[in-house]
Write a protein that binds this ligand. Structure first.
Ligand code: M6R
Length: 597
C-alpha cells in the first residue's frame, strides 16, 4: 500500500526512480510523484493517475541528479490529486518527504505546527512530517528526522532528502522498507521488486530503525541512537519473475503459473515417507490451532480449518486478523497460532501476530524476508514467486497446498505415520490444474454470459464453501460485479429471495456424501428461474439438465478439491473483467499489500 523508492549513487536518479515506481505500481496507483536534488534545489513533479502520467511529464524534463525520492500513492487521508500526492515539502521547499503508513496524531500535530506558523497545504497526514523535520532541522538531517519521528503515533516508512545535505534518510515503524546495496550506490524501496533490476543485495530495515545514506556509504541506527549492523540478504528471484512474459495481465500470468507454483511449494517437502518442514515445536503438545489472516488468505485459512480438523483432529479456529486483536482471544501455551499472508506485511495480520506472545507461532508466507516471516517462530514459505496482480491467485492455491502439507506433517508427527495416499495425490495436483488451464478458451466463452450480470451467488459446501467465498471475492475485486459466497444449504435461509431469471448461480459440486443434497439446492434455484453454472468433478445427467453451463474438473480427494475448483473461478473473474475493459491488475480502490490498519 503506497510504494517508496529512493536512490543515491553515481547514476542518473530519475530513470531509476521511475522504473522503481512502475514496478511498485501494484502497491498504489492513484497518484505519483518524484523529487530530485539538482544544483542545490529540489525539483518535484507530481501527477494524479497512473505512473504513466508522471512518466510522460518527466520525458519533457532534462534532470541531472544522482539523488532523489519517489512515491506511488494509495490514498488514506485526502483525495487523490496533485497536492495530496507525495513528495511533501516543508514551508521553504528545502525538505522533501515520501511516507507510507498513517500518522494517527496528525490533527494534533497540525494544530501545533500551524500555531508555530507552518503553512500546511495538503489534506494528508504525511505532510506533517516534512514540517516537523523543518522544525527540528539545525544542520543535521538525520537528527531532525529522528526528533520528528519520535513525535509520530501510528506507522511510517519514509524517505527524506533536503537541499542542505547530499544525504538520503529513511526510517521505519510498521511499514516495510529495504535498502538495496550496489557498488557505489544505495537504493531505498518498499519492496525488492522496485530495485531487483539493479541489485539483489538487500537489508531489511526493522521497526524503529533509521538509515542514513551518503556518498561515503550507509549507516543504520535505532531510533534511540544505537548503531546497528543489519545483515545483507541475497534476493533469490529474478527480474523475469516480475514481468508479464507475453501475458496481457499479471493476473492471467499468475493463474497460469499455478502448476509451477504448487510444484515449488511441494518441492523437497514430501520425501522418504516424511513431510519435511522447518517447524520448531513439539506437535504432540499442540491442543488447539488458531489461524488468522485477511482477504484471500483468510479463505485459505478456512480451508485450513477443514484440513486440520479432518486430517489431524486438532480443534482449529479461524479469525479475521483485524477482529482477532480487538476481541479477547483465549490463547494458551499449548496452542499454535498460524498466520497466513502472501505479502507478509499486512498490517492487521502483523498486529494480530504481535498481540500473541505466549504460544508457538507459524507463518505461511510468500514474500521472503517480509516482516511477518521474520517475526514468527516457525515458517513455511510458499515459494510461489512474486505475486504482482492485485487479485491473489497463485498465492491462494500455494497456501492451500502448504496447509495440506502442514496437516500431513502434524498427523505424521503425532501418529508416527504418513498419510501416503494423500501425499502422493498432492504431488499430482499441478498436472490436474494444468488440465483445467487447458480448458481456458471454453471457460472464456462461458464467462461472456456474465459480463452484464449485476449479482451472482457462489454456492459450495464443506471444504468448498471457502472456495465459493474466494470465487465471489475474485469476481468483486476485478469486475466490480456484486457477488456473494454462501454455503449451498444456507441459501434457503435468505439469499434464495434474490433468485430470479437474471441471477446467475455458480455451484461447486463434488462427488461425496453431500452430492445429493447439493443437487437439491440446484433444483431449488432452477425452480425459481435462476441460471446455473456448475463446476463439478462428476458426470451426471441431473447436473447437465439443471445447468446452463458445466465446467468439468478432475476428480480428486475432498481434501484437495479446493485446489482444482478455484482455478475455473479465477479464470471466470479474469475473463469477465477483461471483457468489461477493466485493468484487472489495478482494480479501483485496491492495493496489493494493505500495510495500514
Ligand atoms: O498479503 P496478504 O495475503 O496478507 O493479503 C491479504 C489480503 O489483503 C489479500 O488477500 C486481498 O484480499 C487480495 N486482494 C485478494 O485478492
Amino acid at each position: 500500500m503506497c510504494g517508496i523508492v529512493g536512490y543515491l549513487g553515481k547514476k542518473s536518479a530519475t530513470p531509476i526512480l521511475l522504473s522503481g515506481l512502475k514496478r511498485l505500481e501494484y502497491r498504489g496507483y492513484d497518484s505519483a510523484g518524484i523529487c530530485v536534488l539538482e544544483n542545490g534545489a529540489l525539483r518535484t513533479f507530481k501527477k494524479e493517475g497512473p505512473i504513466q502520467m508522471l512518466a510522460t511529464e518527466l520525458e519533457k524534463q532534462s534532470l541531472d541528479s544522482q539523488i532523489g525520492i519517489a512515491h506511488t500513492r494509495w490514498a488514506t487521508h485526502g483525495r487523490p490529486n496533485e497536492i495530496n500526492a507525495h513528495p511533501h515539502y516543508d514551508c521553504h521547499h528545502n525538505i522533501a518527504v515520501v511516507h507510507n503508513g498513517i500518522v494517527e496524531n496528525f490533527e494534533g500535530l497540525k494544530i501545533l505546527l500551524e500555531k508555530e506558523g507552518h503553512k500546511i497545504v495538503s489534506e494528508t497526514d504525511s505532510e506533517i512530517i516534512s514540517h516537523l523535520i523543518e522544525k527540528f532541522y539545525k544542520g543535521n538531517l538525520e537528527q531532525a528526522v529522528l526528533e520528528a519521528v519520535r513525535l509520530l503515533e501510528g506507522t511510517f516508512g519514509l524517505a527524506v532528502i533536503s537541499t542542505s545535505e547530499n544525504k538520503l534518510v529513511a526510517a521505519r515503524r510498521g511499514s516495510p522498507l529495504i535498502l538495496g546495496i550496489g557498488p557505489d550506490e544505495v537504493f531505498i524501496a518498499s519492496d525488492a521488486s522496485a530495485i531487483i533490476e539493479y541489485t539483489n543485495q538487500v537489508i531489511y530495515l526493522e521497526d524503529n530503525e533509521i538509515a542514513t545514506i551518503s556518498e561515503s556509504g550507509y549507516k543504520i541506527e535505532s531510533l534511540d541512537g544505537h548503531s546497528i549492523n543489519n545483515q545483507i540478504t541475497e534476493i533469490k528471484w529474478t527480474i523475469e519473475e516480475i514481468e508479464k512474459s507475453g501475458f496481457e495481465h499479471f493476473m492471467l500470468k499468475e493463474i497460469f503459473e499455478q502448476p509451477k507454483a504448487i510444484a515449488n511449494a511441494l518441492r523437497g517437502r514430501i520425501k522418504d515417507d516424511k513431510i519435511k518442514l522447518s517447524v520448531n515445536f513439539d506437535s504432540k503438545k499442540i491442543d488447539k490451532i488458531i489461524i488468522t489472516a485477511c482477504g484471500t488468505s483468510w479463505h485459505s485459512a478456512l480451508i485450513g480449518k477443514y484440513l486440520l480438523e479432518k486430517i489431524v483432529g486438532i480443534p482449529t479456529e479461524v479469525d479475521y486478523a483485524s477482529e482477532f486483536r480487538y476481541r479477547s482471544p483465549i490463547v494458551r501455551e499449548n496452542n499454535l497460532l498460524v498466520v497466513i499472508s502472501q505479502s507478509g506485511e499486512t498490517a492487521d495480520t502483523l498486529a494480530a501476530l504481535r498481540e500473541i506472545k505466549n504460544c508457538e507461532t507459524l507463518g505461511i508466507i510468500n514474500s521472503v524476508g517480509s516482516t511477518i516471516s521474520r517475526e514468527v517462530k516457525s515458517g513455511i514459505y510458499l515459494h510461489a514467486g512474486p505475486e504482482i496482480g492485485v487479485a491473489s491467485t497463485k498465492a491462494f492455491t500455494s497456501q492451500v497446498a502448504s496447509l495440506v502439507l502442514l496437516a500431513l506433517y502434524l498427523k505424521e508427527q503425532i501418529s508416527g505415520q504418513l498419510d501416503k495416499d494423500l501425499s502422493v495425490e498432492l504431488l499430482t495436483i499441478p498436472e490436474k490444474i494444468q488440465s483445467i488451464l487447458d480448458q481456458a478458451e471454453t471457460i472464456k466463452e462461458i464467462s461472456q454470459n456474465l459480463v452484464n450480470a449485476k449479482n451472482l451467488l457462489y454456492l459450495g459446501r464443506g471444504i468448498n464453501f471457502p472456495v465459493a467465498l474466494e470465487g465471489a471475492l475474485k469476481l468483486k475485486e476485478v469486475s466490480y460485479i456484486h457477488a456473494e459466497g454462501y454455503p449451498a444449504a444456507e441459501m434457503k435461509h435468505g439469499p434464495i429471495a434474490l433468485i430470479d431469471k437474471n441471477m446467475f448461480v455458480i455451484f461447486i459440486v463434488n462427488h461425496g456424501p453431500i452430492f445429493e443434497k447439493i443437487i437439491s439446492n440446484m433444483q431449488e434455484v432452477q425452480a425459481r428461474g435462476g441460471r446455473i453454472i456448475t463446476i463439478t468433478d462428476t458426470k451426471d445427467a441431473t447436473i447437465e439438465k439443471l445447468s446452463e453451463f458445466v465446467i468439468t474438473v478432475p476428480s480428486v480427494s475432498e481434501e484437495l478439491s479446493p485446489l482444482v475448483n478455484i482455478v475455473s473461478l479465477q479464470l471466470i473473474s479474469y475473463y469477465v473483467a477483461s471483457a468489461n475493459g477493466i485493468n484487472v491488475d489495478k482494480p479501483r480502490n485496491l492495493a496489493k499489500s494493505v500495510t495500514v490498519e
